[in-house]
Design a protein around this ligand. Structure first.
Ligand SMILES: C[S@@+](CC[C@H](N)C(=O)[O-])C[C@H]1O[C@@H](n2cnc3c(N)ncnc32)[C@H](O)[C@@H]1O
Length: 169
């Protein structure tokens, strides 16, 4: 595949995938989510839908990251927009940075950006990046001019503080 790859990991209804595709016309943007219900809005048939330079895939992200790693593909940029926070302490292993796939997921992408509305998640994410890469990850408060995804819009409209953690390898 010639086009650089962007992954919108956990894309939900895919609004952010379409925005990213128009922002990066030279890249192929894959919006991946396990929820058929959310992806149905994009005309999902047989777990896949697509147009121009974007594609929706219904899949578990763990499988996607492992398969990309196995075939040696690299990702130019990946976004994790508002991943499920799993706020209960007993569910910590469900947070992406505590999942066994985390090191592979980070190593696959030249750039990773995670956005969330919970400072604990952002802080843990950044620390986990440092543990697996040795590189400090920049975690910052930010305020988007235009929300990229439905969850970003919802949190911004509710007056939540938004955090992002960015890594460049
Ligand atoms: C809180 S929603 C955020 C959706 C979207 N990124 C946004 O900002 O509006 C989290 C999304 O991650 C998806 N998700 C969670 N775990 C997943 C997994 N293991 N594989 C694929 N998708 C997953 C959910 O189905 C859901 O659509």
């Amino acid at each position: 595949m010639d086009m650089p790859l962007i992954i919108d990991a956990g894309c939900g209804t895919g609004e952010s995938t379409i925005r990213l595709a128009s922002k990066y016309p030279d890249c192929l943007v894959i919006g991946a989510d396990k929820s058929a219900r959310r992806l149905k809005r994009q005309g999902l048939v047989d777990n896949i839908a697509g147009k121009d330079n974007y594609l929706f895939v219904r899949t578990d992200l763990v499988d996607l990251w492992r398969q990309l790693k196995a075939v040696g593909w690299t990702i130019r940029k990946q976004l994790l927009l508002y991943p499920n926070p799993w706020p209960r302490a007993r569910h910590i292993k469900r947070r992406w940075h505590a999942h066994p796939v985390f090191a592979d997921m980070i190593s696959l992408a030249q750039e990773t950006e995670m956005r969330c509305n919970w400072p604990v998640y952002a802080d843990e994410f950044g620390r986990a990046v440092f543990l697996v890469t040795g590189q400090p990850a920049r975690t910052e408060l930010f305020s988007p001019d235009k929300p990229l995804s439905p969850f970003e819009r919802k949190y911004q409209n509710s007056g939540h503080r938004l955090y992002r953690c960015r890594i460049k390898l």
